[in-house]
Design a protein around this ligand. Structure first.
Ligand code: ADP
Ligand code: ADP
Length: 570
């Protein structure tokens, strides 16, 4: 096929903010003398996409005039449709005085860009949330995040000196110009883009193939790999899925797979328009909008933030102006008897349908090691997802024993270790006393040192858990806040807090190491239970009472709990 001419970018041409060659060298040395601003991951994604023209015609973080009009009318000050505010915020104290240029740096302090400080203005998170997201409910992931942004917005000309560097999937991280050139080679002037932040199953294959057939052009599979909804499947796993699918099930001559480092806002209808506008810059003439596009789930009253087809309604209104036509779909469902997918409104009333939700994929299939059915997903996808999400009995696990000195933590931990090894789990035991001889050597028993000790154990436990290992931690860990911090580090789903509940008098009677006696004599200061507090867990996953049960009974009680949770196969 011969080369073709694609649709013009939105606003006529692609913005390019990237400076190269001698000019870049000169600016880099100046940049190191300008006042610095460290920008967030979200800012960095916005900047990166702006730099290569994905947000064309936008070429800077929004000025006050742009910002205000985008909020109320979804338009830049000049009238161009643009539904999402793109801002850079700064703390009042960090605002440089009398500087013409500032240097924007990433989290590692590397220079990314320089920006002319042309405008500073106040903004109001509640107002932005209300106007753009239609809600101020903190359950919305962006509302929660916006509370952490700073109180002033800054805007001005940008020169990008270093684009963020990636080392994963480098061959499919394409700029708008690169995607356009691939599409041109394919020879179609019509291009339908597909947005996703989830693994692609048969439903999505169906959506994309139907859309391409309907449009009669090329297909741009354009998954978001920047920031999506917290809790989504990580992009490494997803991209492995997309690659396997495109290689095995799509027409290579008319399909482009490219990754989009977008920081999503989960803004539903407004976001759908933004997605379409961005895809136009990559050469798309058509854009798939299905059910609940860019929806963030349910609010704190349990109601969905946006109606399932609200995004489609808004696209209908603005498609012509964007120059991107919508390919819309009702929710697709599987017709069991006919072995095919169909849109919900076309399903005969008595037809037998089947569906598996994202939550069911995780909890009913992957967590239990049950294979996903072929009608639902391709075997390649099932395999990659099962590898990334092993069943619960092969997932990482942190058993955290807390209690007074002499409560029985080490004794129970030893019994538990043997029982878990017997069941085929690989176990590391991090015993508080043992840890203090290497990992935490030199730390004492002040509140600060105790916290450091626990956080170190927590860090190691988190790493072991992340790599699907089992770790048993036995440490007094007297402070509730620190235990909760560790719970967060390890991850709620993999953390089992076990309260070894032994009354102080009993521990003191046992006094295995003679420490209580020394504490009573005042030879040891700040001893937990004597002159330093022990804050008992309020909602531990398991409580064992060593006065009523032997160490073996306690360990068996924990094993039983792990079986009911699926961490051990019963
Ligand atoms: P997003 O949050 O950006 O919408 P998803 O990966 O959930 O990302 O969805 C990608 C696209 O596929 C969206 O247009 C969405 O509406 C559509 N879609 C996903 N699942 C279905 C479905 N079961 N039926 C119809 N459309 C769907
Ligand atoms: P910790 O690790 O909590 O400081 P240890 O396990 O080192 O406690 O010490 C607890 C002591 O109490 C051990 O000597 C153990 O034999 C004894 N003990 C007596 N009864 C029990 C019981 N039911 N559970 C656990 N330990 C017990």
């Amino acid at each position: 096929m011969s080369k073709t001419t694609l649709i013009q970018p939105y606003g006529g041409s692609l913005v390019n903010l990237v400076v190269t060659g001698a000019e870049r060298e000169a600016l880099l040395s100046e940049a190191s003398h300008y006042p610095s601003l460290q920008i967030t991951q979200r800012n960095l994604h916005d900047l990166e996409l702006m730099a290569v023209g994905a947000f064309s015609p936008l070429d800077r973080f929004m000025s006050k005039a742009d910002y205000q009009r985008v909020l109320t009318e979804m338009r830049l000050s000049g009238g161009t449709l643009f539904p999402i505010p793109i801002t850079l915020t700064i703390d009042k104290e960090d605002l440089p005085t009398r500087a013409e240029w500032i240097t924007l740096r990433d989290a590692r302090n590397d220079i990314i860009a320089i920006m002319r400080l042309e405008e500073v203005f106040r903004w109001n998170p509640q107002r932005e949330a209300r106007l753009v997201l239609g809600t101020t409910d903190p359950r919305h992931p962006l509302v929660a995040e916006m509370e952490r942004w700073h109180d002033l917005c800054i805007s001005g000309e940008l020169k990008v000196l270093n684009m963020p560097k990636y080392y994963d999937f480098t061959d499919i991280r394409l700029t708008p110009a690169q995607v356009r050139s691939r599409l041109e080679q394919m020879g179609h002037d019509k291009v339908v883009a597909f947005q996703t932040r989830n693994p692609m199953h048969r439903i999505h294959e169906e959506l994309t193939k139907r859309a391409a057939a309907q449009v009669g052009g090329a297909l741009l599979i354009h998954p978001v790999v920047g920031m999506t909804k917290p809790g989504d499947v990580d992009h490494y796993t997803r991209v492995r899925v997309y690659k396997a699918l495109v290689e095995n099930y799509y027409d290579q001559k008319s399909t482009v797979l490219s990754l989009l480092p977008l920081a999503m806002r989960m803004a539903g209808p407004r976001e759908a328009l933004w997605h379409a506008l961005i895809r136009r810059n990559y050469g798309a003439t058509h854009f798939v909008v299905g059910r609940d596009h860019a929806g963030p789930g349910k609010d704190s009253q349990g109601r969905p933030f946006y109606g399932p087809y609200e995004a489609q309604e808004m696209m209908t209104q603005y498609a012509d102006e964007l120059g991107v036509q919508m390919v819309k779909f009702q929710e697709l469902v599987y017709l069991v008897d006919e072995d095919r997918y169909e849109q919900r409104n076309k399903v005969p009333p008595d037809a037998k349908i089947a569906r598996i939700s994202g939550t069911e994929v995780r909890e009913e299939y992957l967590a239990k090691g049950k294979p996903l059915p072929h009608w639902f997903t391709r075997p390649e996808t099932a395999h990659i997802l099962m590898e990334a999400h092993p069943p619960r009995h092969k997932q990482g696990l942190c058993l955290w024993l807390t209690g007074l000195s002499g409560a029985g933590k080490s004794t129970i931990a030893q019994a538990l270790t043997s029982m878990l090894l017997e069941r085929g789990r690989q176990v590391t035991l991090l015993d508080g006393d043992v840890v203090r001889t290497h990992l935490s050597k030199g730390l004492g028993f002040s509140k600060e040192d105790r916290d450091t000790n626990i956080l170190r154990i927590g860090f190691v436990a988190g790493e072991i858990t992340r790599h699907h290992g089992t770790v048993i931690c036995a440490a007094i860990s007297p402070y509730r806040a620190t235990r909760n911090a560790v719970r967060k580090m390890v991850g709620e789903d993999h953390f089992v807090e076990i309260f070894v509940d032994t009354p102080l008098e009993v521990c003191e009677q046992r006094d295995v190491k003679g420490l209580y006696a020394r504490a009573r004599r005042g030879e040891i200061k700040g001893f937990t239970g004597i002159d330093d507090p022990y804050e008992a867990p309020t909602e531990p996953e398991v409580t064992v009472k060593t006065v009523d049960s032997t160490p073996e009974m306690s360990a068996r009680q924990i094993v039983q709990y792990l079986e009911t949770r699926g961490f051990l196969q019963s």
